[in-house]
Design a protein around this ligand. Structure first.
Ligand code: 7TS
Length: 417
């Protein structure tokens, strides 16, 4: 491990089969981690192991395979509980992804507690998944959506936040880290403001849980949503943490097998937490593999993961300064941002930049990043984005910068830029 290094990146890279791949004749440089992360062999093997050795339905079998599957499924819940320091396994609900977790809160808690004249406060940095469920809740209930603005330097305007969170506020919903700007939001302070007016605090942790230490009890949030696929786990599985007493009081949302206690033709009653919110056969294999992913990250140490990414981001920010026609979105200082750098070229469309980089084996994301209001507020329609993870290196940042210089030269010669 190199001096000053927080992670043994070479060793980590050896765990990720896909990183050995070539794309368009070049070694893959995967810088689209905010969209989804790659998966280590341990996670892939866990999926194969489940289907080869103990695939079975859970919570209903007396046979060995079902008992093994149930034990592993619940064991994984415990791993995720420890990963975010949730107070109990019952407060950890498996969903499909962050989007479903947020919809669950909007429907189950929102429909029961929000009415005409109430206010829902979100931020100007939200992914559509943390805008539209609240907008729809507002339409259904007659509530109003309020937006905490971004400052000139790409941070959240906390003074405005203090003014917008009032006695009328029922829900404050904020991303912990912006998927476009990389800005880390002080959700702990927002939670305190929400609680002063008896509102609930919902945190979209899709971009934070994979990259930094998260302690939901320390944040004092009421709900925390994230996706396994952005933290080395499989697609199709997500997590909703809910404060236990709120989950107890919250009505069920989806109905069906496993979530019931007793059913007659006249009525039905609900199972205990967390099963009340897990209707139907769950995604057992992917839950177990999520536990493996959480273990993988915990073994590295989330402090080290965060330090590695910030170091890499600082390096990238310094190197981006060499690129004249390219402008950055979001804070320029790593003390207030994580490993996401969004940028745009004065005269080359981000899709063209993305395609040019792909020719060199470099994977970035381009477009509106599912955050149209945020992108538009910067008077652009599209941006390019590089986002880092545990296996990325300074050499890869160099490849990106060289690639951008090459694209700039190419399009300039073609008379486009
Ligand atoms: N919230 C944030 C902050 C996100 O970045 C994303 C996904 C989601 C919610 C939704 O997660 P899902 O697992 O339910 O889809 N963000 C991105 C992205 O930035 N590029 O692709 C997906």
């Amino acid at each position: 491990m190199a001096a000053g290094a927080h992670l043994d990146v070479e060793r980590i890279r050896a765990d990720f089969p896909i990183l050995a791949r070539k794309v368009n004749g070049h070694p893959l440089v995967y810088l689209d981690n905010a969209a989804t992360s790659q998966k280590p062999r341990q996670v892939i093997e866990s999926l194969v192991d489940y289907y080869e050795r103990y695939n079975s339905n859970v919570h209903r079998g007396v046979h060995t395979l079902s008992i093994e599957a149930t034990d592993a499924y619940e064991d994984a819940r415990g791993k995720v509980q420890r990963f975010i320091n949730a107070p109990s396994p019952q407060s950890v609900i498996w969903t499909r992804n962050t989007s479903e977790s947020l919809n669950l809160v909007a429907y189950a808690w929102g429909d029961a507690n929000v009415g005409p004249g109430d206010e829902i406060v979100i931020t100007a940095m939200e992914h559509h998944s943390n805008i539209v469920p609240w907008q729809q809740l507002a339409f259904r209930t007659g509530a109003t959506l309020k937006i905490i603005p971004e400052t000139e330097t790409g941070r959240l305007d906390m003074e405005q936040a203090a003014e917008l969170i009032t006695e009328r506020t029922k829900i404050v919903a904020a991303t912990h880290m912006s998927n476009v700007l990389g800005t880390v939001i002080d959700v702990k302070t927002l939670a305190a403001a929400a609680h002063r007016v008896d509102a609930v605090m919902v945190v979209d942790g899709a971009q934070s849980a994979p990259h930094m230490p998260v302690d939901v009890q320390d944040l004092d949030c009421d709900f925390f949503a994230f996706s396994a696929h952005k933290m080395l786990g499989p697609m199709g599985i997500g997590i909703l943490y809910g404060r236990p007493e709120i989950l107890e009081a919250m009505p069920a949302w989806m109905f069906g097998g496993d979530m019931i206690l007793e059913v007659t033709y006249e009525d039905a009653s609900w199972n205990d937490l967390p099963y009340k919110f897990e209707a139907g056969t769950p995604n057992v294999a992917d839950a177990i593999a999520t536990g493996v992913a959480a273990d993988y990250l915990s073994a590295l140490g989330m402090e080290n993961v965060w330090a590695h990414e910030r170091q890499l981001t600082q390096y990238a920010l310094d190197r981006f300064a060499e690129l004249e026609p390219i402008r950055l979105l979001g804070p320029r200082e790593v003390d207030s941002k994580g490993g996401v750098i969004s940028f745009f070229h004065d005269s080359i469309h981000s899709h063209d930049l993305g395609t040019a980089l792909d020719q060199l084996g470099i994977a970035i994301r381009t477009g509106h990043h599912c955050a149209m209001p945020l992108i538009r507020s910067h008077d652009i329609v599209s941006a390019a984005r590089a986002s880092f993870y545990i296996y990325n290196t300074e050499d890869e940042v160099d490849v990106l910068i060289d690639g951008l210089k090459e694209a700039d030269r190419y399009f300039s010669k073609a008379g486009v830029a």
